[in-house]
Design a protein around this ligand. Structure first.
Ligand SMILES: [Zn+2]
Length: 377
């Protein structure tokens, strides 16, 4: 699985070789902070590269050198070197000699401060950055790069910080690396905050840049992506103030067996009016199970009169084969309130004579009754 971005320590005299397999098109960016010093667009159908720079948000004039040795069915390499006055590009078919060279003059004033290559190759089948191989760099370019290398610009390189962000349902964080001479300054934390800063000192500026790239590439592998500071607003804290949802709860204390018709209970015999038929299922028509009956006058003191007087009864169809029907409901906190139609919840007033009919015989798997005798807060 190729990486879509990679950081490479970059300076004048440095070169990198990129191997493309069956490329249709690809994009390579050489970045310094938010500026793109060089963007390379591979255009197979035109046998060319489209080259440009994005400086302070403004694109320059595109350059399109021809003669790029391109065939979508061949493996090709593209070498990039940083010379004294521009980027040196060379390319050829893998295993063959350089057949294409081009110099793209620097447009970014502080180009010598570049230390990263950022690559984007989403539409390439494969993309590999290989160590520099001088045999595949044209001789003239090679000598140019060697001359540049002797300029010894590496001691006072300045670079823009590299800034990455990671955002998902659990995390919202940034990671920034800045190289200042032999020192790496790392800043990390929650997006929108200044975060924490740590410093690390290396023996040479070159080692510091390599160390910085290593840190950045590790973060890229973890899913961080290059970003621009301030583009994402701070996210409000995810920890809800749960105090607002706190409610007192009561646990029913039960004894086995049924009690009077008016008692609070699970299962057992509900209070039904004289001659009232046993509730049946609106879906399948068969008798329903009494789930519970709560005598409102026996509820715990704080909520005793909150729901009125009478008996709160819930019947539910437990008959085999009755699936019920789920009504569509508002989604709340990621759940739908499943409003099943094969149930009956009602508040009855036990006035007048009660039914004396027993539990219907067809309710063969009726749950054993439990009487609620008390409530524990
Ligand atoms: Zn039913």
């Amino acid at each position: 699985m190729p990486e879509s971005q990679i950081y490479i320590p970059y300076r004048k005299g440095f070169s990198v070789k990129i191997r493309y397999l069956n490329p249709n098109w690809g994009v390579l960016h050489i970045c310094s902070g938010n500026n793109i010093a060089l963007q390379v667009n591979i255009r197979s159908h035109e046998n060319t590269l489209a080259l440009n720079s994005l400086i302070n948000g403004v694109w320059g004039t595109q350059e399109k050198p021809t003669g790029f040795p391109f065939d979508v069915n061949q493996e090709i390499f593209l070498s990039l070197g940083a010379g004294a006055d521009g980027f040196y590009l060379s390319a050829g078919i893998i295993g063959s000699v350089v057949t294409f060279t081009y110099k793209y003059a620097y447009r970014l004033p502080e180009t010598q401060g570049l230390y990263q290559i950022y690559t984007n190759y989403a539409n390439l089948e494969d993309f590999t950055i290989l160590p520099h191989d001088s045999e595949l760099i044209g001789q003239s370019i090679q000598s140019e790069l060697e001359t540049s290398n002797k300029l010894s610009l590496t001691d006072n390189l300045e670079s823009e910080p590299a800034y990455l962000e990671f955002s998902d349902i659990n995390s919202y964080k940034f990671y920034e690396v800045n190289v200042d001479g032999v020192e790496i300054i790392t800043r990390y934390g929650r997006i929108g905050t200044s975060g924490q800063t740590s410093r690390q000192t290396y023996s040479t500026p070159e080692k510091a840049r390599i160390g910085a790239c290593k840190k950045l590439n590790e973060k890229l592998q973890k899913g961080y992506v290059p970003a621009i500071i301030g583009n994402r607003p701070p996210r409000p804290p995810r920890s809800l103030d749960i105090a607002q949802f706190i409610r007192l709860a009561w646990k029913p204390i039960v004894t086995d067996g049924d009690s009077s018709l008016l008692s609070s209970k699970f299962s057992g015999l509900p209070w039904l009016a004289k001659d009232e038929p046993w509730p049946n299922c609106p879906i399948c028509g068969r008798f329903m199970q009494l789930f519970f009956q709560l005598n409102m006058n026996e509820l715990p003191e704080p909520v005793r009169f909150e729901f009125g007087n009478g008996l709160l009864q819930m019947f539910y169809c437990c008959n085999w084969g009755c699936e019920g029907e789920v009504q569509s409901a508002v989604v709340s906190y990621g759940r739908t309130a499943d409003l099943n139609k094969n149930l009956l919840i009602r508040l009855v007033q036990p006035n007048g004579e009660a039914s004396t009919a027993p539990i219907p015989l067809t309710l063969s798997d009726y749950f054993p009754a439990k009487t609620i005798v008390d409530w524990q807060q």
